[in-house]
Design a protein around this ligand. Structure first.
Ligand code: 5GP
Ligand code: ZN
Length: 114
């Protein structure tokens, strides 16, 4: 996707603040952090929303969660805890249409979320 900012991060056209990377996923700091740690984890392949996922993408989505586990470890959040958020479409607050898993931590999280 040529006009997708997250695809531009994968291609290197835009250089994000990378926290962790594998062959399949890229984790980088959110531009507008909502917590002391706010990292976005994206699949390197473009999918606009979770509605576009197919059964064959199950392993990839598992890799996003495993990357979140790794990011939490890097950020020192494994014990105290962290929140993972996947917004799907405008009603849920999705603003960038390339799937991304938010990893938030370093402060007390409220429930229910806003
Ligand atoms: P959404 O609202 O779609 O779930 O989350 C999109 C996230 O991407 C927001 O938290 C926003 O701050 C972040 N974001 C938007 N543009 C950029 C950017 O150019 N660089 C980075 N690092 N984060 C961005
Ligand atoms: Zn994209």
């Amino acid at each position: 996707m040529t006009d997708c900012i997250f695809c531009k991060m994968v291609s290197g056209e835009i250089e994000p603040d990378v926290v962790y990377e594998t062959d399949d996923v890229l984790a980088f700091r959110d531009l507008n952090p909502q917590a002391p740690t706010h990292v976005l984890i994206i699949p390197k392949k473009h999918y606009s929303t979770t509605n576009d996922l197919q059964p064959e993408n199950a392993e990839l989505m598992g890799k996003l969660v495993l990357a979140a586990q790794k990011v939490a470890e890097i950020e020192g959040l494994s014990e105290q805890g962290y929140r993972m958020v996947l917004n799907c479409n405008e009603g849920a607050g999705q603003t960038v249409f390339h799937i991304h898993l938010h990893v938030l931590g370093g402060r007390c999280m409220q429930w229910p979320p806003g």
